[in-house]
Ligand binder design. Structure first.
Ligand code: C2G
Length: 270
C-alpha cells in the first residue's frame, strides 16, 4: 500500500489546490494532507492568509480526497510526519521543485505540474492590495531586509532613497527595485509604507516626514535618540491612524517568545 503525503496552506481553496490533491491521491492508496497552522505561516512569511485554519481544513475535507488531515506547525515536521505515518511518496507542486529533494532520503519526492493562472497570492492581492514599500538607506541592514522580504507575501519594494543617488541606484540594481532617487518627496510619492535603515541620527526626521505624508513606518532601532521624540512620533502615527514600528526583531522571534513565557511561568530547573 502506497501512503502519500502533501502539504499546503490551501487559502481561498481553488482549482489549483483541487487538481494537486487529485494527482497526489492518484499516486497511492492513502493520502495524508498537512494544512499549515497560522503561526507557521506567519513564520514563513505568509502574513496575509485570509481563511482560518478551520476553514482551510474544511476546504480540504470537502474535496473527499484526503484520507487523513493533519496540521503542520513547525519547520522540520515533514521528516517527522514521513517517519511517523510510514509515508512512501511526498508530493508538492512544481513551484517547489528542488526545495524538498532532501526528503529523498526518507521517501520518493514527486513534484507535480502546478496549475497555471491561479494562485492564492493573486486572490489575496486582488482582495487586499499589495503594500508598496520604500527603503531609506542602503547599508548592510537594508540589504539583509531585502533578502528576507523575498519571503514575505503582500508587500513589494518599489523605491529606494539615498541622498547619494549613485548608492540608491546601486542598491536598486542589486535588489531589482524599479525606482531609485535622491529626492525624498518624490520617493514618498511612490510608496504606501517606508522602511528606514539610515544612520541613527537621521531616523527621527525621516520618520516624521513619512508620517506627515501619510505613510506607515518601520524604523530600524533605535528609532530615535530621545524619549520625547518617540512620544511625539507615536502620537503623530496614532492621530493619523498609521502603523509606526521599531524594528526590534528579537521581540517577535518565536524562540524568544517561548523563552519569555517559560520565564513568566516561573518554571525552574530542579
Ligand atoms: N498549487 C498548484 N497550482 C496552483 C497553486 C498551488 O499545484 N495554481 C499547489 C502548490 O504547489 C502546493 C499546493 O497546491 O503543492 C498548496 O499550495 P499553497 O496552499 O500555496 O501551499 P504552499 O504555501 O505552497 O505550502 O509546508 C507547506 C508547503 O510547503 C506548501
Amino acid at each position: 500500500m502506497n501512503r502519500v503525503i502533501t502539504y499546503g496552506t490551501f487559502d481561498q481553496f481553488h482549482i489549483g489546490h483541487r487538481r494537486l490533491l487529485e494527482r497526489a491521491k492518484s499516486l497511492g492508496d492513502y493520502l495524508i494532507v498537512g494544512v499549515t497552522a497560522e503561526e507557521y505561516d506567519v513564520q514563513r512569511g505568509k502574513m496575509n492568509v485570509v481563511d482560518s485554519l478551520m476553514r482551510r481544513i474544511d476546504s480540504v475535507r470537502d474535496t473527499g480526497l484526503a484520507d487523513e488531515i493533519i496540521v503542520e506547525t513547525h519547520e522540520g515536521q515533514k521528516i517527522e510526519d514521513i517517519q511517523k505515518h510510514g509515508i512512501n511518496i511526498f508530493v508538492l507542486g512544481s513551484d517547489w521543485r528542488g526545495m524538498f529533494d532532501y526528503l529523498n532520503e526518507y521517501c520518493e519526492v514527486v513534484y507535480v505540474e502546478r496549475t497555471k493562472a491561479i494562485s492564492s497570492s493573486e486572490l489575496r492581492a486582488k482582495r487586499m492590495g499589495i503594500v508598496k514599500l520604500g527603503v531609506v538607506g542602503t547599508g548592510r541592514i537594508a540589504g539583509r531586509t531585502m533578502e528576507e522580504l523575498k519571503y514575505v507575501s503582500g508587500v513589494v519594494t518599489v523605491s529606494v532613497y539615498n541622498p547619494r543617488l549613485s548608492s540608491a541606484m546601486k542598491f536598486a540594481d542589486s535588489y531589482e527595485i524599479p525606482h531609485s532617487t535622491e529626492c525624498f518627496d518624490s520617493f514618498l510619492g511612490e510608496v504606501d509604507a517606508v522602511y528606514i535603515a539610515s544612520p541613527h541620527d537621521t531616523h527621527y526626521e525621516y520618520t516624521r516626514a513619512a508620517l506627515m505624508a501619510g505613510k506607515h513606518v518601520l524604523c530600524e532601532k533605535p528609532m530615535v535618540l530621545r524619549a520625547s521624540e518617540a512620544r511625539e512620533l507615536f502620537s503623530l502615527a496614532e492621530q493619523s491612524k498609521l502603523v509606526l514600528m521599531e524594528a526590534i526583531k528579537t521581540a517577535y522571534a518565536p524562540g524568544f517568545l517561548s523563552l519569555l513565557s517559560i520565564a513568566k511561568s516561573g518554571r525552574t530547573c530542579k
